[in-house]
Design a protein around this ligand. Structure first.
Ligand code: UD1
Length: 418
């Protein structure tokens, strides 16, 4: 099994190109089921994307990859489509459930494996199913599968989500896209990745409007023959390198981003005293040895993202005084804490709140990655720790970070895959 070896305390300087967003590419790939000929650019070639492509191939779409140019072409020519998403492909990546909306709306039926739980929490799909039922689907759960059917097709309606969910908002938009008439979705997630999905669907021929947390989807559309779409940048990857720069950056420049969708993260770091210079499409970040404490609570966009909480925690271990993180989105997202404590971090968890005391010197150790964002927080800890840090189970990292070692090595980090 592969491991990462990091020799800490190296000052970093250089430029990092931020990849396209994994969390935007996944729903857009699912949406490709609705199109004809699609060319996507700025695609991050990470494990989760390959899993979704496997699923699309299984369904019957033709895929052409060009890794060098970071593009994918998707051709949807076959008449005989498999409206099934099997367990073996959905179990490793929950986003597989996003093919449910497109399959159901286009073919009036779908059988999709229930994704089940994962390390960070139980992660049900009840809100996805709630929206599909409102659109007229008949849904049964049997043998670990969701059986969905709408013999007469889906029908537009008004749906108010009881709680905000990224995936459920996406599945509902995708299903409403092919429904008859107008659908109004209220209390939606409005992450930039959802706005990118909407912009993709509108290029495909859709008439979707978004205002606040309300999304209006007009059905009865004709699908364009051929479209191109450039995926937005990965704001979580950018936030991760922003924290790296704040920890050990002589000067780190991030390019390929749009700072206007990235405000809460930048403001939080600035509050901690991190020096950040921004233009519209780049950020320079410099380390600060006298960081100030801060309290954050994770929230749906535009709040602080849960996907960046573990990384920010490393910065908090270096700040003066006690910082707090309240995790509001997932019930089990502090799994990196025991590993960080083994490296010398002073962190207490009470209820949903992590109390981080700093500044603390971290010592290199052999640690275990538990999920995608927890793994990268261990990489950040390794960058500031004394001696060597070895991170096990890095397949979690490969699910979502493109060329992590290469990007860090280009900035002089001492990092090696074993
Ligand atoms: C997406 C992101 C993930 C991010 C999360 C929150 C992708 C591929 N993944 O995940 O990286 O951490 O948003 O920003 O984009 N919930 C229910 N019932 C449901 C659906 C969700 O109770 O049917 C709950 C979840 O358990 C969780 C909360 O709602 O507590 C938010 O989850 P959701 O926004 O749906 O996250 P994902 O779409 O799975």
């Amino acid at each position: 099994m592969e491991k990462l070896l990091i020799k800490g305390k190296q000052e970093l300087s250089g430029t990092i190109s931020i990849s396209g967003s994994k969390n935007a590419t996944l729903p857009i790939l699912a949406a490709s089921i609705l199109g004809n000929k699609i060319k996507l650019s700025n695609v991050p070639f990470v494990k989760d994307i390959y899993t979704m492509l496997e699923l699309l191939k299984f369904i019957g779409l033709k895929i052409k990859l060009d890794k060098k140019n970071k593009t994918i072409e998707i051709l949807n020519k076959k008449k005989e489509i498999n409206t099934l998403a099997p367990y073996k492909l959905v179990k490793t990546m929950r986003a597989g459930v996003l093919v449910l909306g497109p399959l159901l709306t286009k073919f009036n039926k779908a059988k999709v494996s229930l994704p089940g739980g994962c390390a960070i929490g139980s992660r049900p799909v009840d809100l996805h199913l709630f929206a599909l039922k409102k659109l007229g689907a008949n849904i049964k759960i049997k043998n670990g599968y969701i059986f969905a059917e709408a013999r007469q097709g889906l029908k537009g309606t008004k749906i108010k989500f009881p709680t905000i969910s990224v995936g459920a908002t996406e599945n509902a938009i995708l299903a409403a896209f092919g429904a008859k008439g107008k659908t109004v979705l209220l209390n939606c997630a409005i992450e930039p990745e959802i706005k990118d999905l909407i912009s993709f669907l509108n290029k495909l021929g859709g008439k979707i409007k978004i205002k606040g947390r309300k999304v209006e989807v007009n059905g009865n559309i004709s699908i364009r023959k051929k479209i191109n779409h450039k995926v937005i940048f990965d704001r979580i990857e950018a936030g991760t390198y922003l924290v790296a720069g704040a920890l050990v950056g002589k000067k780190i420049v991030l390019k390929g981003i749009n700072t206007s969708v990235f405000k809460c993260e930048i403001d939080t770091l600035k509050k901690m005293g991190v020096k950040i210079l921004k233009t519209k499409n780049s950020i320079s970040v410099f380390k600060n040895l006298k960081l100030k404490r801060v309290n954050i609570a994770t929230k749906p966009y535009p709040g602080f993202p849960t996907d960046l909480q573990a990384q920010l925690m490393i910065l908090m271990t270096q700040a003066q005084g006690k910082s707090k993180i309240k995790e509001n989105i997932f019930e089990n997202r502090f799994m990196h804490v025991p590993e960080l404590k083994r490296m010398g971090a002073k962190i207490e968890i009470k209820n949903k709140i992590a109390h981080i005391s700093g500044p603390t010197k971290l010592n290199g150790a052999e640690v275990m990655a538990t999920d995608l964002r927890a793994s990268v927080s261990l990489v950040l800890a390794g960058l500031i720790a004394d001696n060597r840090t070895i991170i096990n189970r890095i397949y979690h990292l490969d699910r979502g970070y493109e060329s992590l070692e290469k990007k860090l090595k280009n900035c002089q980090a001492k990092i090696k895959r074993l």
